[in-house]
Design a protein around this ligand. Structure first.
Ligand SMILES: Cc1cc2nc3c(=O)[nH]c(=O)nc-3n(C[C@H](O)[C@H](O)[C@H](O)COP(=O)(O)OP(=O)(O)OC[C@H]3O[C@@H](n4cnc5c(N)ncnc54)[C@H](O)[C@@H]3O)c2cc1C
Length: 387
């Protein structure tokens, strides 16, 4: 079922908003809900029709689940039979390592994000999908921010708001016209590639396990989601994709070399890609604008922390917005910089370390042998990444 708009473009442009939230991923939807619960007039804008597919491993770690439980959204997983995750199975050059997981759930992004949109609407937020938002540049003293809205087939318009939350994912496309929000992209960044293959004979990939194929030019994660479909998400060197001719061929090569079973031919042509993902915004805050989730920065998907970070930032920013509506000042900007660092940057030690290790075949081989001999050594790392 398509998630319908709850307001027209014309009405959105004729209203005065407390907050406009751009992007209906976990960051934007959770933020919009938390704001609406505080009786703030909140408009959530999404450029795609919902539900929509998103390249993602679809694994929620314990931190993400606890964050949702704390705000009263813990029961949404039962509604959709999200798949409990029991273990993490890594294969590299035919060698295999199994690490038990302390928790976690697999759920498709179309189902998960749509449910979060519904939670935002239920709390009183207005939802305007299939509409691209672009923030207009403004002077530092402006009390109002303007957001251009464009529907691909219908009219366009401008909406006024006291504050904007930018949660539009990698590359923060809605900030293209704002010079204060520059991003730095890592030269070595890989790109994301993903597909959701409809339920078929995936007995080689049992449910409840994150299957991870490692190769020197990237890695591929496979997991069964709520309806039995196989979600595939990969991080692959850009040159390797070019050399392999297509993302599908690159994924197939990684699976083959690491020792996982081949995918059925139906996988041809179904893969979607992302822009290079290792990037960060120089300053994720500016006059009446907070940037959060992937829009503020992203490192690597291997440790599966993206959604936990996005949700935690959404909850944190929603607590700061009322203060910013009363008075926007440098102290508030500093407070957000500290919070953003605490939630994301400060937690990235293991993610960075593992991302480096994965680029060295010798280190991966040695690491797998060590963890095979001393399985208990992997547990604290997995536990640290989950909390
Ligand atoms: C290969 C790969 C695997 C991953 N695996 C995992 C995993 O297993 N677990 C995990 O926790 N994380 C994983 N991640 C990370 C996770 O997908 C992101 O961290 C998470 O989606 C960030 O949420 P977000 O709300 O910030 O952005 P997004 O989920 O990207 O949502 C942004 C939304 O904004 C919309 N948008 C964009 N521009 C505009 C505009 N101009 N106007 C209106 N709307 C706009 C987009 O359509 C989108 O719906 C993975 C990432 C990759 C690349």
């Amino acid at each position: 079922m398509t998630q319908s708009r709850t307001i027209s473009m014309a009405d959105a442009c004729n209203s005065d908003w407390d907050v406009i939230v751009i992007g209906a991923g976990p960051a934007g939807t959770v933020a919009a809900r938390q704001l609406a619960l505080q009786n703030l007039r909140t408009l959530l804008i999404e450029r795609k029709a919902f539900p929509r597919y998103k390249v993602c491993g679809c694994c929620l770690n314990q931190r993400a689940i606890s964050a949702l439980q704390q705000i009263g959204l813990g029961d949404i997983f039962e509604e959709f039979d999200a798949v409990p995750l029991k273990s993490f199975q890594v294969r590299y050059h035919g060698r295999e390592l199994n690490v038990p997981l302390p928790g976690g759930l697999a759920i498709s992004r179309s189902v998960f994000d749509e449910r979060l949109v519904q939670a935002a609407i239920d709390a009183g937020a207005y939802f305007l999908p299939e509409t691209t938002a672009m923030l207009k540049d403004s002077g530092a003293q402006e009390q109002t921010r303007l957001v251009e809205l464009t529907h691909p087939e219908q009219s366009s318009g401008v909406a006024k708001t006291k504050m904007v939350l930018v949660a539009d994912g990698l590359g923060h496309p809605s900030l293209q016209h704002c010079h204060d929000f520059e991003s730095v992209v890592s030269h070595h960044s890989r790109m994301g590639v993903g597909a959701l293959l409809a339920a078929d004979d995936f007995s080689n990939y049992p449910a409840g396990i994150i299957h991870m194929a490692i190769h020197r030019f990237g890695y591929v994660g496979l997991v069964r989601v709520e309806d039995g479909s196989l979600n595939i998400a990969a991080a692959v060197d850009r040159d390797f994709i070019k050399k392999s001719v297509s993302p599908t061929e690159a994924v197939k090569e990684i699976l083959k070399e690491s020792g996982f079973p081949a995918l059925a031919e139906t996988a041809e042509g179904t893969f979607k890609g992302t822009i290079p993902f290792t990037r960060k915004i120089v300053r994720p805050v500016g006059n009446r604008v907070f940037v959060l989730g992937d829009a503020a920065g992203y490192l690597e998907p291997f440790t599966g922390e993206g959604m936990a970070n996005a949700i935690s930032e959404a909850i944190a920013v929603a607590r700061m917005v009322p203060q910013g509506l009363l008075k926007w000042d440098p102290a508030l900007e500093q407070a957000w910089l500290r919070k953003h660092h605490e939630i994301t940057e400060g937690r990235l030690f293991w993610c960075r370390w593992l991302a480096q290790l994965l680029r060295s075949p010798a280190a991966v081989g040695l690491g797998l042998r060590l963890f095979h001999l001393f399985p208990a050594a992997a547990r604290p790392i997995v536990a640290r990444l989950n909390h």
